[in-house]
Write a protein that binds this ligand. Structure first.
Ligand code: GLC
Ligand code: CA
Length: 513
């Protein structure tokens, strides 16, 4: 397992969707100067790290996950100089920032793809995965067909405007399926390293890697993709040992072998993450089951050699807002969970104020059902909630129109708001090593269809018991441990008698043991 950069030990991330964060030039779209303006807001909340979604030149068929130039900031966000300034301003505040690296595919506008579509052989002919002739469709994949001089079908990696870059096939079977060590596949891999070198050299602190598990094809157990990332890990160890790497993979047992420091639990994959916040009966909504999640978590935790490398996000730009399913004070209890688990927590912008999923929106830039989770940040009571001075019709995505929509300003002034609670929770986490990324976790109580959820976090001498009861009923469990000092609590105090601990309905607490 690779050495984790020290700053990850107490990192608390804030995810910024640049187009929806803060617009400074009144075009209705957020921009990099807008992010710089709000860095103090993020720091004040207590976050010390940022993941920013793709900000590169793109036709925006998938909100920027369809890159047209990996080396250039999209003009709507600013310039490369603006991004460099963002890195510097982040570092000045003792924070770190990850860019979003999209290695699996480009947009159809990328010059590599345009070259690759040509009939004559050139340096980019093998940069993407193509079949030998247009009549052959790649089995098991979507494809782009009939759009090129080149006689072939091109494999797509996600939407059909995202042609798949060629990193080779783990077990090539057909003539067009190139092995991982073929010149085309190696060329793509080296081109990826060049991109990473460019931004790391400019001062970014690492990458969140999009669809990290998707690169090598015909790779059932991900063995080929793991080998590929191990090769990239060697490059990073040699040239940028402090760069942090987080994968969108959702299978920590695989990604960590590939040399990633951290992996996300996601709304897809085997983690049961959805059981917590996003299913018919989510655990944190008060009537769900946490046991399957915990079972799987323990399995992954064992495989990661008890390193706190599994990151649990409050949400992200691909899933429904937390507030769609978790209401009122139960959101605070959800955050008491997020801020007390191992691995670095990730807060999706606006989740700290309980921004709502906006129903019924027409898809924007390939968002579809995700569009409702990507609406512009609500800062204050001014026009467009302070996001932009553009006229309403120009806004990137329409905002929550409700009269009681939450705003950052109002919540900062209210000690009982969700944001104040999240701020308090981050501060508590930062004051206790046991609660941070690398503290151990031992589950005390996580029974099927039952409450509460209880676990102990520990680091050296410090041991903190966490008890969470988002249900509407008081709950009890037995354990041989005696909670002493209260480190944090919300919703009422526990009682401990003869080895049985009782926690009030809708409450949470951290206790020293
Ligand atoms: C990831 C991104 C998502 C994007 C997809 C294709 O899942 O998070 O937003 O659409 O990859 O790049
Ligand atoms: Ca703008």
């Amino acid at each position: 397992m690779s050495r984790q950069p020290k700053w990850l030990d107490n990192a608390v991330f804030y995810e910024i969707y640049p187009q929806s964060f803060n617009d400074t030039n009144a075009d209705g779209i957020g921009d990099i100067p807008g992010i710089i303006e709000k860095l103090d807001y993020i720091r004040e909340l207590g976050c010390n790290a940022i993941w920013m979604n793709p900000c590169f030149d793109s036709p925006f068929g998938d909100a920027g996950y369809d890159v047209a130039d990996y080396y250039k900031v999209a003009p709507r966000y600013g310039t490369n100089e603006d991004l460099k300034r963002l890195f510097d301003e982040v570092h000045k505040r003792g924070m770190h920032i990850l860019l979003d690296l999209v290695p699996g595919h480009t947009s159809v506008e990328h010059p590599w793809f345009k070259e690759s579509m040509k009939a004559g052989r050139n340096a980019y002919t093998d940069r993407y995965v193509w079949t030998d002739n247009v009549w052959e469709e790649p089995e098991g994949f979507g494809s782009l067909r009939g759009i090129s001089e080149r006689d072939g079908s091109c494999v797509v990696n996600f939407f059909s405007n995202q042609p798949a870059l060629n990193y080779g096939f783990y077990k090539p079977e057909k003539s067009w399926q190139q092995p991982m060590d073929s010149p085309g596949a190696v060329g793509t891999r080296e081109a990826l390293k060049d991109i990473m070198r460019f931004w790391l050299g400019m001062g970014c602190d690492g990458f969140r890697v999009d669809m990290a598990g998707s690169l090598v094809k015909q790779d059932e157990d991900s063995k080929g993709t793991i080998l590929l990332w191990q090769n990239i890990r060697e490059f990073l160890d040699a040239e940028f040992p402090d760069a942090a790497m987080v994968s969108e993979w959702g299978e920590p047992d695989k990604s960590l072998q590939g040399g990633f420091h951290m992996d996300f639990l996601l709304h897809f994959g085997p983690s049961h993450y959805n059981d917590l916040f996003r299913c018919e009966k989510p655990f944190f909504a008060g009537e769900g089951d946490v046991s399957a999640f915990v079972g799987k978590y323990i399995e992954n935790y064992e495989k990661s050699e008890h390193k706190g490398l599994i990151c649990i996000p409050s949400g992200n730009h691909d899933m429904d807002r937390l507030a769609r399913t978790i209401h009122g004070d139960k959101q605070k209890i959800a955050f008491a969970f997020l801020m007390s688990m191992p691995g670095a927590p990730f807060i999706y912008y606006g989740d700290e104020i309980g921004m709502r999923y906006v129903e019924g929106l027409t898809s924007v830039e390939g968002g579809y059902s995700r569009t409702g989770s990507r609406t512009p940040m609500q800062w204050d009571r001014s026009t467009n909630a302070g996001f932009s001075t553009a006229s309403k019709e120009l806004l990137y995505i329409p905002q929550d129109e409700s009269a009681d929509r939450p705003t950052a300003q109002a919540q900062m002034a209210d000690p009982d708001s969700l944001r104040s609670e999240v701020k308090k929770l981050i501060a508590v986490r930062q004051a206790h090593k046991a609660l941070q990324s690398c503290g151990e976790i031992d589950f005390l109580y996580a029974e099927k269809n039952a409450y509460p959820l209880a676990y102990v976090r520990s680091m050296e001498e410090e041991k903190i018991m966490v008890i969470l009861n988002p249900s509407d009923k008081e709950a009890s469990f037995s354990c041989g441990l005696t909670p002493t000092e209260t480190v944090y609590s919300i919703g009422g105090e526990i009682t401990a008698e003869a080895g049985e601990i009782t926690i009030p309905a809708n409450s949470a607490g951290y206790y020293r043991i």
